[in-house]
Design a protein around this ligand. Structure first.
Ligand SMILES: Cc1ncc(COP(=O)(O)O)c(C=O)c1O
Length: 413
């Protein structure tokens, strides 16, 4: 809150006048559309409005629950006083379980891995250990905004490449190639993708790897939604497709294991030591400097990855049903068209409306009390407009939201 002096208070001499603290330039352009738009919704909620939330990728905000055996493992660790710092890379049981999990995904040549405060922290440490100011990293547009925020923090250049809506939102490999230059250090992939829900095809991944190979780039592959895939499709871990290229694979418990608030994720660094060895050591300087990830929650990693997996069948069945309903409803509305997602819990419809997508989202919020996120918050091709919905809400919530959206589209077009 801004402090003001009383209107008649004597003016302090210049030397005593409060001087505003100047924030770092690197904070200037940071936006996180998902949370920014939620602030607008909170204003309406305070006035008594009931908002239909189709905005946040947190299953626990909807009708999903953490598997009980994971809670018990964490609780047991806390009662056993495992509440001090852990080793910087993570407890042995977790590190070994992640290593075996990476092996099951076909990742070879593992140099190291570490447990982090969510995949988010792992991403931040690895980007920071790789790129200097003046370097650039290829980032998907649309993509998850954390990446662009971190790039601004480390003062390195975000070099966007586009995902191709006409090709089921697969990465546009020609665009990636056209954007590579001498200062490019890495290509980031998010697969399955947030916000489009696309699951990447093997041939596309192989083409991206070929670019990395030719231009000596690291591939960062964010696979946090890898177990949330539908229609019997298979998720392919990028790092499983080549032995001669460097990869960092990000994953965690937040999404597939329904504990985003526990903040447990990890990175697996793989590839030939002569290519990745120095980078690997640089990452671990940061890993050691921040002490460790949350300790008791790490005791849930092995039970999660290697214990009962039955919740996944139930989650994926519900997500498939809600995805199907979402696609049917959205594609039936004139002015909206949506590519069918094959993974994660998002859809990214394009809109043909007489306003930009932020204005659209704000009007949908204010006039329909439906909360979605504007596409420009994720990056998109110039001239296109989108919004992101999450397919996590139950059927009655989705039905009410899409009824309102349909009526709104009729009004404005
Ligand atoms: C693509 C992607 N990566 C990473 C994260 C963050 O994961 P974590 O909760 O493990 O930090 C998210 C969260 O929405 C995400 O969508």
């Amino acid at each position: 809150m801004t402090k003001r002096s009383a209107p008649n208070a004597p003016r302090p001499p210049d030397s005593c006048r409060p001087t505003p603290v100047v924030p770092a330039v690197r904070t200037r352009n940071i936006e996180y559309a998902i949370r920014d738009i939620a602030v607008e919704a909170d204003k309406l909620r305070k006035q008594g409005a009931k908002i239909l939330p189709l905005n946040i990728g947190d299953p626990l905000k909807y009708d999903f629950a953490t598997p009980r055996h994971m809670i018990e493992a964490t609780y047991k660790a806390m009662l056993a006083q495992q509440n001090g710092y852990s080793s910087s890379t993570g407890i042995d049981a977790a590190v070994e379980a992640i290593q075996r999990e990476a092996g099951r995904k076909g990742i070879r040549n593992i140099l190291s891995l570490f447990v982090a405060h969510g995949a988010s922290e792992a991403i931040e440490l690895c980007l920071s250990a790789l790129a200097d100011p003046g370097d650039n990293i290829l980032m998907p547009y649309p993509g998850y905004p954390l990446y662009t925020a971190v790039m601004q923090k480390i003062q390195s250049e975000i070099r966007p490449y586009y995902l191709d809506e006409a090709n089921d939102w697969q990465p546009d490999v020609a665009d990636i190639e056209a954007k590579i230059d001498a200062r490019t250090k890495a290509i980031c992939l998010i697969n399955p993708n947030n916000p489009t829900g696309a699951l990447y095809r093997r041939d596309v991944l192989l083409q991206v790897i070929e670019l990395a190979r030719r231009h000596n780039l690291v591939v960062f592959s964010d696979e946090i939604y890898d177990k949330l895939v539908f229609d019997g499709k298979e998720h392919i871990s990028t790092a499983s497709l080549a032995d001669d290229v460097g990869f960092v694979t990000f994953n965690g418990l937040s999404k597939s294991y329904l504990v985003p608030g526990w903040r447990v994720g990890w990175a697996v660094i793989s590839g030939p030591r002569e290519i990745m060895g120095d980078f690997d050591e640089a990452v671990h300087k940061f890993v050691r400097a921040r002490l460790c990830a949350n300790h008791p929650e790490q005791f849930a990693i092995q039970p999660a990855l290697e214990g009962p997996q039955d919740h996944l069948a139930d989650v994926n069945a519900r997500l498939t049903e809600r995805r199907d309903y979402t696609i049917d409803r959205l594609n039936a509305i004139p002015g909206i068209s949506c590519v069918k997602p094959e993974g994660a819990f998002y859809a990214f419809p394009s809109i043909d409306v007489p306003m930009d997508d932020k204005a659209f989202t704000l009007r949908v919020l204010n006039e329909c009390h439906v909360l979605v996120v504007h596409g420009s918050g994720f990056g998109q091709r110039p001239g296109t407009r989108h919004f992101r919905v999450v397919t996590l809400p139950d059927r009655p919530t989705l039905e009410a939201a899409y009824d309102k959206l349909e009526a709104f589209m009729k009004r404005i077009r």
